[in-house]
Write a protein that binds this ligand. Structure first.
Ligand SMILES: NC(=O)c1ccc[n+]([C@@H]2O[C@H](COP(=O)([O-])OP(=O)(O)OC[C@H]3O[C@@H](n4cnc5c(N)ncnc54)[C@H](OP(=O)(O)O)[C@@H]3O)[C@@H](O)[C@H]2O)c1
Length: 281
């Protein structure tokens, strides 16, 4: 076969996703808010996925469980359960080393918008890397964080009228999938937001319009600590939330990023459209 024909066939196979289909991708946090979408989107492309979480035998706190998940894997999506805790940096450093030692050539790390210490554990690894750094997920209103308050119809937070460009987990996953499967994202950190910043009152109004009546009640830090602890939460957790709220109140995170649209070639999902697509029953 002459070289031109060989290259032509290789090119057609590549366009048809043949080589992508040969790749096996490890998805950590596979049952989480982003991991479920990453897994679904990769499988829709015909890519073999190896899902990792505790019920499947993978535990971030036990390195001896990692090895079998890193066998015959080319690429890995890394969603640590909490990138902001101090032990995350060490977990990620050891995971990055183990992955490279087992032949993983590309790592995509789920982080956050500000530079998080744990990122360096991956950006200094010998693998190709991409960081996805999202803002607050829309899914905080349905699956975690504010979900219980939304169910009760009263979202009481020490966040005043700060605005936040909430981002859909499906968009975070779509950018991660692009970085996992395509060239051209190496060495990049993408800041991922929705297409507009909403106040918590506007987010509550969008959820109400979508069928789940909820009112936003701005609290002072003192009022928040009182309500949170009266509800059974610890004072330490309440203070942690206040610290994060204070960062948001500084206005540092209200900016909309163009990165979702630039990577995906379509606008990010709007919060109101996302809210309408949820099952609030
Ligand atoms: N929520 C936000 O607004 C936001 C914003 C920016 C960044 N982030 C970052 O996003 C990350 C969370 O990602 P996510 O929201 O996609 O996940 P998630 O919904 O919080 O789910 C966590 C995933 O990790 C698994 N997991 C938990 N503990 C584990 C352990 N010890 N060992 C192995 N797997 C474990 C869980 O499965 P099992 O429980 O079955 O093991 C689950 O699949 C965190 O690092 C967070 O800091 C979140």
């Amino acid at each position: 076969m002459n070289m031109t024909l060989t290259f032509y066939i290789m090119d057609r196979l590549s366009q048809a996703g043949f080589y992508e289909g040969m790749t096996r991708i490890l998805v950590t946090g596979a049952t989480g808010k982003t991991g479920t979408h990453v897994t679904r989107q990769l499988r829709a492309k015909g890519i073999e996925v190896l899902e990792a979480n505790r019920s499947r035998g993978f535990d971030w706190s036990d390195e001896s469980t990692w090895d079998t998940f890193l066998s015959d894997v080319d690429v890995a999506y890394i969603a640590h359960p909490d990138i902001t805790v101090p032990e995350a940096e060490d977990d990620l450093r050891r995971f990055g080393k183990a992955a490279v030692a087992r032949g993983v050539r590309r790592l995509v790390l789920l982080s956050a918008r500000p530079e998080i210490k744990g990122e360096q554990a991956i950006t200094t690894s010998e693998a190709e890397w991409t960081i996805v750094g999202p803002g607050w997920f829309n899914e905080n209103f349905t699956l975690a964080g504010f979900a219980e308050a939304v169910r009760r119809g009263r979202l009481a937070l020490p966040l005043g009228d700060v605005t936040e460009p909430f981002v859909a987990a499906a968009d975070i996953a779509a950018v991660a999938v692009a970085a996992l499967t395509e060239d051209g994202h190496r060495g990049r950190k993408y800041k991922l937001t929705g297409p507009r910043a909403l106040s918590f009152a506007e987010a509550a109004a969008a959820i109400t319009a979508a069928g789940r009546p909820v009112t936003y009640v701005p609290l002072s830090p003192g009022e928040f600590i009182e309500e949170f602890t009266a509800d059974g939460g610890s004072r330490a957790d309440a203070e942690h939330h206040i610290t994060i709220a204070a960062m948001s109140m500084g206005g540092e995170f209200t900016a909309v990023s163009p990165d979702v649209e630039q990577v995906l070639g379509r606008p990010a999902i709007d919060f109101a459209d996302w809210a309408k697509a949820q099952d609030w029953s």
